[in-house]
Design a binder for this molecule. Sequence first.
Ligand code: J2J
Length: 527
Amino acid sequence: FPWVPFPWVPFPDEFAARYRELGYWTGETFGDFLAAKAAAFGERVAVVDSEVRWSYRELDERATRIAASFVGLGIAPGDRVVVHLPNVAEFVAVVFGLFRAGALPVFALPSHRFAEISAFCSISGAVGYVIADSSRALADEVVAAVPSVRHVLIAADLAELPAGGPLPEVDASAVAFLQLSGGSTGVPKLIPRTHDDYLYSVRESAAICGLTPETVYLVALPAAHNFPMSSPGILGVLHAGGRVVMASAPSPDVVFPLIERERVTLTGVVPPLALQWMASPARAAHDLSSLKVLQVGGAKFVPEAAARVRPELGCELQQVFGMAEGLVNYTRSDDPEDVVIGSQGRPISPHDEIRVVAEDDVEVAPGEVGELLTRGPYTIRGYYRAVEHNAVAFTADGFYRTGDLVRVLPSGHLVVEGRAKDQINRGGEKIAAEEIENHLLAHPAVHDAAVVAIPDEFLGERTCAFVITTEPVAAPALRAFLRNRGLAAYKIPDRVETVEAFPHTGVGKTSRRDLRRALADTLRKAR
Ligand code: J2J
């Protein structure tokens, strides 16, 4: 990945000035944030997992100690460190440790494997890779493949390493971390978020969700994902002085006993998990009465399922339509029932700018479906080190092209109607079609490949790979080939179809997008 002079696109000065004037960007860093919370909530429990129960004071001290270890290792302000941890309390301490050292966490998901981790390391030029000790073999491969990675660090050891110092001054307008994009291209995209912009979204999310020191939040989704991190998630709950409870897995057998034991009041899940929880016979055996609100987001939660949440789980539903690039929409607790069930919420901020456009970028009539473009106080202006892609992913005046097809209700709530990006949303897990196609093309017998979504009752969508091969290759062999390339399990195609040729979609040159659409149509008709 070539060196570029400006690896990220800052907000234009006049916008930054406006967001500061409005009091949205306060100059607070993540390091200051945790210190302030420790001062305010000292001995209250901040974060719990199956091994530890840390107070705000303990979390704060541990983060400072870990920051000193990073400095001791020679990790400098601005350096990138890939964080690859399961849902444990240590995740929070490590991330705040990096913030305090001025280094940028790059958030990997537990399901990521060599293909993803090595890509994040090389795109970001990471100097460090933090793991839980179980994934050591993977770390060795990553170090061998990406020369910039000088340190493989076991999270639990970080508080014991020789301390360096002093801790640096950190600038709140600087990039604080790199989040992952769901992506629609062959190469993953990293999202640079600043202290200023992210903390604004966190504070507002905490307010919208009515968080208090009594809030107990269960982290059911992977902690590193933007939803459980910030909507209002771990950070919103810490902002309010509440308690964060880490679940090692999102299945009912793990989650229901935790809800009962910790008296969990709030959690966030993707639609298939909501369905699984509602269908679980274990529900009757546990007291889930403390749960006040179930947030559902990451993929479309259809109204038929949404309507079942209150009667079956006995709690309120909040729909959340967000993206790691920025914009987050919530249904509000005082929204009418039909809006909570039938919409994906409205933006956090009065300064979130929304445009719904047709293919020519002209705005559609109010209430019509079009692509959602957005700009605002916590939406990025460009991906990290992605000059060419930024030219197509953003408009000239800085609106992010979400690739989501929406319509806007008169109340300002958005209804997600579909997608215009080459991505499969497999129950909230995002898969870039081109990325999988590139891996398939690396197989010696694969002449061409196209990956499309197939509708699925439980996951919303699954993946189907169409391949043209030079000799017969069985589907299991092709899947094994992808696994051996170190691709995360959720990206392995659910179905593989070998075809003689791809359909022609009209006159002239066929775009990949048209081809994918035609193939998806073929599948739909065959059902
Ligand atoms: C339909 N599609 C949705 C929804 C996300 C909160 C919640 C979710 C995410 C997230 C997040 C959807 N209905 N309710 O970051 O802070 C699809 C859209 C969107 C993409 C973003 C948060 N909620 N989506 O899912 O970066 O296509 O963030 O553009 O993973 O998920 O994916 P991601």
